[in-house]
Design a protein around this ligand. Structure first.
Ligand code: BGP
Length: 474
């Protein structure tokens, strides 16, 4: 048996992509509630187009999503049927503090997650909780400029302290920010940043990143005080970066690109900005404004485990001719790797890259690792008899789990695996419903039409078998 008896098998969701009920239960509006589907979406996610009010002629996928808010009991029963040991969810900040800067939390929101956690425990499912998975109360963006303002540190501290106190008996595993490095690529999503012409975007992004890193360290400190047994993790959008050739310039570039992401985790796990970051800031005229005590705070409050998402590897080159071949995986740019196939959305499929990524993170941080997102976004076809034969998804997951085994044999301390979108949900990048990741199909299309009925795909039965056999029967 390669996986330990305690290995946490499960699935992962995010509030803004599954809950819906965007204005119910006292919840406030968030940045994600203002990201419509359609042609402007990507520029809004990047902070290049400002979208701070709901427009009547737009449609917003997060508003209904898959209505998990009202249907979670039914969904939990299905997760339990698959044998889930854990479920990763996120708390919507705006359900707890609708504006973000409210004095008193919203009891209805607090109660919602308390009931959700009780329902999980009823089924023996351990909650794995992301404190902030992209959604930020929009008032914090309108009145403070999102994470560019240091004031958000205080609001985040009040929010996290509130939920840690309320759920300390129900939740042991926490993550402070989902894919913290996403802030560099989708700044409106990752940090509520909207840019004006002439803004020094790099300066604003790295200052916002510093605020999040400080907020994360404070939350880690508070969590350890309130819940001595809790485990607090950081969360990285990960994936090995290959040099396109053995030209040393290509290799050096791969290191530099990888460090853009590692920078965040180096701070959260090792407790300080690495030397390469200082050089990068200096050479790019970036000045991080720090307060007295920031360095000690970072040093003394590092995370307990490293969580990460892995969908794909990337490949970089310094050759202008090769650079013409650029495509994108997730929202990252990459050279098309001739050794790899890609998904219907062009994301490169690289199971071995997962083993390489696990080993790199293990070698670098020597802390437990948790794969909290992995999966294949694909179009599923419902057959006349109602079956959904998603063998492509099973193949993808099987090959990745095989490589997880290899990494455990390599000595990596892997504590769990939650595949992304274990029930179909809204795509973060495109807003589509038909980019599906789930073991459970949700009857809803890209136009928002459908009954929202849930049904089991072929992969549902396969994953149940995987969990039953603790990863032996793939
Ligand atoms: C990650 C996010 C998730 C999720 C996933 C898949 O970056 O943490 O929220 O959505 O990517 O991406 P997409 O939904 O765009 O297919």
């Amino acid at each position: 048996m390669i996986f330990s008896k305690e290995f946490l098998w499960g699935g992962a969701l995010a509030a803004n992509q599954c809950e819906g009920a965007y204005n119910k239960g006292g919840k406030g509006i968030t940045n994600i509630d203002l990201c419509p589907d359609g042609k402007n979406r990507m520029n809004i996610l990047k902070g290049n187009i400002k979208s701070l009010f709901i427009q009547q002629d737009e449609s917003y996928p997060s508003h209904e999503a898959i209505d998990f808010y009202n249907r979670y009991k039914e969904d939990m029963a299905l997760f339990a049927e698959m044998g889930f040991k854990c479920l990763r969810i996120s708390i919507a900040w705006a359900r707890i503090f609708p504006n973000g800067d409210d004095i008193v939390p919203n009891e209805e929101g607090l109660k919602f997650y308390e009931d959700l956690f009780s329902e999980m425990h009823k089924h023996g499912i351990e909650p794995i909780v992301t404190v902030c998975h992209f959604d930020i109360p929009v008032t914090l963006i309108k009145n403070y400029g999102g994470w560019r303002s240091r004031e958000l540190v205080k609001f985040y501290e009040i929010y996290t302290t509130t939920i840690f106190k309320r759920y300390h008996n129900q939740v042991k595993y926490w993550m402070t920010f989902n894919e913290i490095n996403m802030l560099l690529h989708l700044p409106f999503v990752g940090a509520g940043l909207v840019f004006k012409d002439g803004d020094n975007q790099m300066q604003i992004k790295y200052q916002a990143a510093h605020h999040q890193l400080i907020a994360s360290a404070i939350a880690t400190k508070v969590a350890h005080r309130i819940m001595p047994k809790a485990k607090i993790g950081c969360m990285l959008a990960a994936g090995v970066i290959y040099p396109y050739t053995c030209n040393p310039d290509d290799f050096q570039k791969s290191i530099e690109v990888e460090r853009e992401d590692f920078l965040f985790i180096d701070v959260q796990s090792r407790g300080e900005y690495p030397g390469y970051a200082k050089r990068f800031f200096k050479e790019n005229d970036i000045h991080i404004e720090m307060e007295k005590g920031d360095e000690e705070l970072l040093k003394n409050n590092t995370v307990d485990y490293i969580a990460f998402s892995y969908y794909s590897s990337r490949c970089v080159s310094t050759d202008p001719e090769i650079l013409k071949e650029i495509t994108s995986v997730n929202i990252f740019e990459t050279i098309k790797n001739p050794y790899l196939k890609s998904s219907e959305w062009g994301w490169l499929i690289d199971p071995k890259g997962l083993r390489i990524t696990c080993n790199a993170l293990h070698d670098r941080y020597q802390k437990p690792l948790f794969i909290v997102e992995n999966g294949l976004g694909a179009i599923d076809k419902v057959e006349k008899d109602g079956t959904i034969n998603d063998d492509y998804r099973i193949d993808y997951l099987r090959e990745h789990i095989k490589e997880m085994k290899e990494s455990i044999k390599d000595g990596v301390d892997l504590i769990g695996y939650t595949s992304w979108g274990c029930i179909d949900l809204v795509s973060a990048s495109t807003g589509e419903m038909e980019k599906r990741y789930g073991f459970i199909y949700v009857d809803k299309d890209n136009n928002g039409k459908g009954t929202l009925k849930r049904s089991r795909k072929k992969s549902f039965y396969w994953y149940k078998k995987v969990i039953d056999s603790n990863g032996e029967d793939l």
